[in-house]
Design a protein around this ligand. Structure first.
Ligand SMILES: [Zn+2]
Length: 389
């Protein structure tokens, strides 16, 4: 099956009730309750604040594959993709592929490991712990649960589903890294063993397929060993673990486009394992995938007169989520000033008439007006972009 053909028929299986980044545990529970009986849904634990965490088992094949999403509460794309996957697996149009998966694999899927973080749209859990730095200590209920599930399921493959910073680029391309993949290291030397090599070979299939849809927009996530993280430890414990990171795509703040590529990557990975097609890849093909880089800004203002010179200004934003108002406040910061010719941005302003009269300080909230001649182009007040005229 060529998964890229599914891109144009995505609405066939997209979970339409999930429309943005801010869906919560209640909606996840409701959707899980509606799954047909082929999906065995069982509560396997509770978050620190008592929200249920559920495992969905599907298939009867010998290849056990464990997929978990949103261990960081503000990284929801994997959860969206899992619900799209449930719909896909339940769709009549795709029976040959679905039947093959059903007979060859057993999928264990855990959407939203950190529901308390999702409630607040924060990376960390309700006790302010980063679950992905809690593998060894296992202080948090969520980390303890994930550890014990891996030991219980003993999966051959693990899919660790995250969202990465939208400021990653693909090295050399000056494009945002819409997706990044990694077969995490299991030691500080980034050694290869059989488990890690298998994960690399599956990633090669994912990269080759999805790169047709996203040329130049897929990178390898940095592979520094993090001894407290799950992927690194699962790799060592005998589960070939793949890290999938959903990144930035122009104007896709709610990740509704990235979601599609993310789902297709997961599906390609599952099909490669199911058909064993990954076995014909080589780890050298993995090493040839371009790496993530840091070459983009959220906004770049080129050739602007400021602080008494003509230069370039790079701005990035942070999104702060208010639980009470259920909305995001976006604040821009001055990230860099100077020669930024080797950088790119999601949004660029460039003209020889650009002027900023206010004094601009590095690392401060954006507080200025961008003029083109006498015309106001942008107004920032305490980091908030007020108007584009
Ligand atoms: Zn993450």
């Amino acid at each position: 099956m060529d998964v890229t053909l599914l891109f144009t028929e995505y609405d066939n299986f997209k979970e339409l009730t999930i429309k943005d980044r801010f869906f919560k545990h209640a909606q996840v529970e409701q959707l899980l309750g509606q799954l047909p009986s082929k999906f065995k849904v069982k509560p396997v634990g509770y978050s620190e604040e008592g929200r249920s965490i559920n495992l969905v088992e599907w298939g009867k094949g010998p290849s056990r594959i464990f997929l978990w999403s949103q261990m960081h509460g503000d990284e929801p794309t994997g959860t969206m993709a899992l619900f799209d996957l449930f719909n896909f697996l339940n769709h009549q149009n795709y029976l040959p592929a679905v039947n093959m998966l059903f007979e060859t694999c057993t999928l264990y899927m855990l959407p939203m490991l950190n529901p308390d973080g999702a409630e607040r749209f924060t990376r960390r859990n309700s006790r302010q712990l980063d679950i992905n730095r809690d593998y060894i200590a296992a202080i948090s209920k969520e980390a303890k649960l994930l550890r014990s599930l891996r030991a219980e399921i003993n999966p051959a493959f693990g899919f660790n589903l995250h969202d990465q910073s939208t400021l990653w680029s693909v090295e050399g391309s000056l494009k945002s890294a819409t997706l990044s993949f990694l077969a995490p290291s299991f030691d500080q030397f980034a050694s290869w063993n059989d488990n890690r090599t298998k994960a690399m070979m599956v990633i090669v299939d994912m990269y080759i397929a999805i790169n047709k849809l996203l040329p130049g927009r897929i990178g390898l996530f940095p592979d520094e060993y993090e001894p407290r993280a799950f992927g690194d430890n699962f790799q060592r414990e005998g589960t070939s673990t793949l890290l999938l990171e959903a990144g930035g795509f122009k104007d896709d703040h709610d990740k509704q486009e990235v979601r599609k590529y993310f789902f297709l990557s997961i599906l390609q990975g599952l099909l490669s394992i199911s058909s064993r097609s990954y076995l014909s890849n080589s780890p050298a093909d993995y090493s040839a995938i371009p790496k993530n880089g840091k070459e983009i800004f959220h906004m770049l203002i080129r050739n602007v007169k400021l602080n008494g010179m003509s230069t370039n200004l790079g701005l990035n934003y942070d999104d702060d989520y208010s639980i009470k108002e259920q909305k995001v406040t976006r604040r821009y910061f001055v990230t860099d000033i100077g020669d930024l010719r080797f950088s790119n941005a999601y949004k660029t302003y460039d003209s020889d008439q650009l002027v900023i009269h206010e004094m601009i300080s590095i690392d401060s909230l954006a507080n200025f007006r961008l003029l083109e001649g006498n015309k106001i182009l942008l107004t920032f007040h305490d980091g908030i972009l007020n108007a584009i005229l």
